[in-house]
Design a protein around this ligand. Structure first.
Ligand code: C2O
Length: 534
């Protein structure tokens, strides 16, 4: 294993998209930011220097951070943010992990422009469990707002209303020629006929689940969230914010240009053309500008396409890469996820949109939870997060009297190495919506999924305990449920939240505290000396 050193200078940079220019927060002046390359088991050291006026923290999304929660990154959960002119060295080891992950800012809405890929190659000499590609390419999907994203979220918090949606999607930082700005160039991927490419696709969008498609080409899915899956062919990828998907693309044609698109799966009703990001697959040697367009893009809310894709995902579960699904469960949990409305005297409509898990709208603490846990600081959090919904729910019913949520900084305590089954139920209290739920510190197995209310007697029997897909971010379907299982083998405080940034902001988040074990390998390491102070 090697030690890899990176330096992230967080700096402002002017960027021109959609025919207008604005200053954005970046790492090293790049959008998307630099890719981190490493191999399985490498030690990665990233020195982050904050040169901007905002507080900054960086999360290494999907990195388990075994015993190194101090390097996980979510502000006020595992660390206080890095203040202007301050520095923090993130130090972690990629124990047993390889594949595509990503990093992003985990404070305010900075992740709209502060994000990039993490490419973890297998250990030297270890092949992929699929044919070796000729070349690899990172594809980062994102969103672009013409105005400043911090201003947008601050405005929304003041009014209590939903924020403006983005003006376009991006593929590797570029919307491509879209309505209103047809002259701008999109990202172009050059390929050689007959070669095979590994595309490492990341959805870094703030609030949009996306479809991804290439005209006239099929894609073979081989990995999601840095875990290998049974390969399957598809012409459309469905990817939620936070998720990563590796696909093999064979350049089967001889010549030509083919359109690549990232279009929204679910969002507010607006014109699709305004939002779809356009890129080009360009066969090398092709002259001229004829491009084969996509005959069809999945329409918005095309749940059947999304379901077909999601249902195809299975762990590789080979001898070399077995799916270690917990079979005996210590904690049986059921969490409802939803949006609600709380009173707000200063807001438009005298109310504000909030979000919750088990009816608790999470309140961010002033001290990082991990510090409070490690140093036994009282009064920062309580560990009475409800393990079951405290109020009856019914996703089909109108809970008009039940829109209000309670508030608190509540954690759920798990014994070290205990096993957890967690059913995430969308209650559609305000509107039924997909929620991509991300758990820090662990991968989990997605053992079941369904529409309507979860029925523990019937649905548990249908769980896949053999080869369920393993991931770190999973969609809870609108008006339905998803069941996950994991082993709490990582001591620390671990955030869990909806990866639609607006839902996190509104409070759809909580954290688990995994008690330190007794043995030397079972407790979190002491904090580094440069850990930022609040
Ligand atoms: Cu990718 Cu807590 O986030």
């Amino acid at each position: 294993a090697m030690v890899r050193h990176y330096k992230f200078n967080v700096v402002m940079k002017n960027a021109t998209r959609l025919c207008s220019t604005k200053p954005i927060v970046t790492v090293n002046g790049k959008f998307p930011g630099p890719t981190i390359y490493a191999r399985e088991d490498d030690n990665v050291l990233i020195k982050v220097v904050n040169h901007v006026k905002y507080n900054v923290s960086i999360h290494w999304h999907g990195v388990k951070q075994l015993r190194t929660g101090w390097a996980d990154g979510p502000a006020y959960i595992t660390q206080c943010p890095i203040q202007p002119a301050q520095t923090y060295l993130y130090n972690f080891t990629l124990t047993g992990q390889r594949g595509t992950l990503w990093w992003h800012a985990h404070v305010l809405w900075l992740r709209s422009t502060v994000h990039g890929a993490i490419v973890i190659l297998p250990k030297l000499g270890v092949p992929y469990p699929f044919p070796k590609p000729h070349m690899e390419q990172v594809i980062v999907l994102g969103e672009w707002w013409k105005s400043d994203t911090e201003a947008i979220i601050n405005e929304a918090l003041k009014s209590g209303l939903a924020p403006n949606i983005s003006d376009a999607h991006t593929i590797n930082g570029h919307p491509g020629p879209v309505q209103g700005c047809a002259s701008q160039e999109g990202f172009s991927l050059e390929v050689q006929p007959k070669n095979t490419y590994l595309l490492r696709i990341i959805n870094a969008a703030l609030n949009e689940e996306l479809f991804f498609k290439i005209a006239n080409h099929q894609l073979t899915v081989v990995e999601v969230d840095a875990t290998y899956v049974k390969p399957f062919k598809t012409d459309t990828i469905v990817i939620a914010p936070g998720q990563t998907t590796n696909v093999l693309l064979t350049a089967k044609n001889k010549l030509g240009n083919y359109l690549v698109a990232a279009s929204p799966f679910m969002d507010a009703p607006i014109v699709v053309d305004n939002k779809t990001a356009i890129a080009t697959l360009h066969y090398s040697g092709t002259l001229g500008s004829t491009t084969t367009t996509l005959t069809s893009l999945p329409p918005k809310n095309a749940t059947s396409i999304a379901n077909t894709f999601t249902d195809s995902l299975r762990s590789l579960n080979s001898k070399k890469y077995p799916a270690k699904v917990p079979l005996k469960i210590d904690h049986n949990l059921l969490f409802t996820v939803s949006l609600g409305i709380n009173p707000c005297a200063t807001c438009v409509n005298n109310s504000r949109v909030v979000a919750d898990i088990n009816n608790v709208t999470f309140v961010m603490p002033k001290t990082a939870l991990l510090q409070a846990h490690f140093f036994k600081i009282k009064g920062v959090f309580s560990d009475d997060f409800p393990g079951k919904p405290p109020v009856a729910y019914n996703f089909t019913g109108n809970q008009l009297t039940n829109f209000a949520t309670t508030k608190g900084t509540k954690l759920y305590r798990l014994a070290y190495n205990s096993t957890v089954e967690l059913v995430l139920q969308d209650t559609g209290m305000l509107t039924p919506e997909n929620h991509p739920i991300h758990l820090h510190g662990f991968n989990f197995f997605v053992v079941g999924r369904g529409q309507g209310n979860f029925d523990s007697r019937k649905d548990t029997k249908k769980f896949n305990l053999v080869d369920p897909v393993e991931r770190n971010t999973v969609g809870v379907p609108a008006g339905g449920w998803t069941a996950i299982r994991f082993r709490a083998d990582n001591p620390g405080v671990w955030f869990m939240h909806c990866h639609l940034e607006i839902h996190t902001t509104w409070g759809l988040k909580m954290a688990f505290v995994v008690d330190n074990g007794k043995g030397p390998n079972e407790s979190i390491l002491p904090p580094p000396g440069d850990l930022p102070k609040c």
